[in-house]
Design a protein around this ligand. Structure first.
Ligand code: DAK
Length: 258
């Protein structure tokens, strides 16, 4: 792949968007490669995924403006669909995804981070949806996910004014879970991923599905979604081992994803 670096550390996968000459901006090829690499993650073995950008300046500086500026309405829709499809794949990816935002996360970059389950960032990170200043709306889910993740008023302010925010503000408004010096960011992302990976994978995946699907439903349907997913964890080897270890006052054996 030209624009994606894929690595594994034990049961954690790391995807790096690597197009540093354009601050990792997303063109059609980057989106295609991202889509492909997600299909290659071995979900029997990998328990958490980290997404980051190459270098120490930018996570992703948005969709590629040089590719977008000449699009027709029909082509714009195709480009928007390509981004939306891959971001939705990420959002519904069976295992947790952490965005390690190592610099600019603008436009499509902010939208990519918001498609992940959890965001942490470096001190120099900058978030924003600058699209209205370019004559377009956010097109990879930004109008929807930002308004769901932070307050509706704050999301509208960020999108209407196209004002970027720095890492401290992103933390204060709940867009990111933590801010770290650049050199500690990956270490912190890996630490969080390992803390996830040590828990029962079937339970973690069911929890992700319950939270995501429940947020799209009314409360009566949402608790039913939870009931079914809760039930699905029983009779698994990991549930039996986890509970037996508690009752026998011993440390549980590593979970087997069974
Ligand atoms: N696209 C293309 N190239 C980009 C880019 C981008 N988004 N961001 C940076 N680059 C390129 C620059 O053109 C420059 O290339 P060269 O001139 O060296 O060839 C190189 O990266 C370094 O950038 P700068 O020289 O500008 O670096 P600075 O440190 O001075 O500034 C910056 C960094 C991030 C503040 C600045 O580059 C910047 O403002 N970049 C654009 C950020 C931005 O506006 N991003 C949002 C893009 S709009 C839709 C689908 C998708 C979308 C919308 C609708 N539908 C189909 C409905 C999504 C839209 C967006 O994401």
């Amino acid at each position: 792949m030209e624009f994606i670096i894929y690595e594994e550390q034990d049961n954690i996968a790391i995807i790096t968007i690597n197009r540093s000459r354009a601050l990792n901006a997303l063109n059609s090829n980057v989106l295609k490669e991202l889509d492909k690499v997600l299909d290659r993650v071995n979900l029997d073995r990998i328990r958490a995924l980290i997404i980051t950008g190459s270098g120490d300046k930018s996570f992703v500086a948005g969709a590629d403006i040089s590719e977008m500026h000449k699009l027709t309405k029909a082509e714009g829709e195709v480009f928007g669909k390509r981004g939306n499809d891959v971001f939705r794949k990420l959002e519904t990816f069976p295992i947790p995804v952490i965005a390690a935002v190592n610099g600019y996360a603008l436009g499509g970059g902010c939208e990519l981070a918001m498609s992940c389950d959890i965001r942490i960032c470096s001190e120099n990170a900058v978030f924003g949806q600058p699209e209205t200043g370019l004559g377009i709306t956010p097109g990879f889910g930004g109008t929807q996910r930002l308004a769901r993740l932070i307050s509706v008023g704050k999301a509208k302010e960020m999108i209407y004014t196209a004002r970027n925010i720095k890492s401290e503000e992103a933390y204060r408004i709940g867009l990111v879970n933590g801010v770290y010096p650049q050199e500690e960011l990956m270490e912190q992302a890996l630490k969080m991923a390992s803390n996830i990976a040590k828990n029962a994978p079937i339970a973690v995946r069911a929890a992700k599905k319950a939270i995501n699907e429940g947020l799209d439903a009314d409360m009566n349907s949402a608790v039913k979604i939870e009931e079914v997913l809760f039930g699905s964890c029983f009779e698994t080897e990991d549930q039996q081992e986890g509970m037996a270890a508690f009752l026998e006052k011993r440390k549980a054996n590593p979970f087997m994803n069974k």
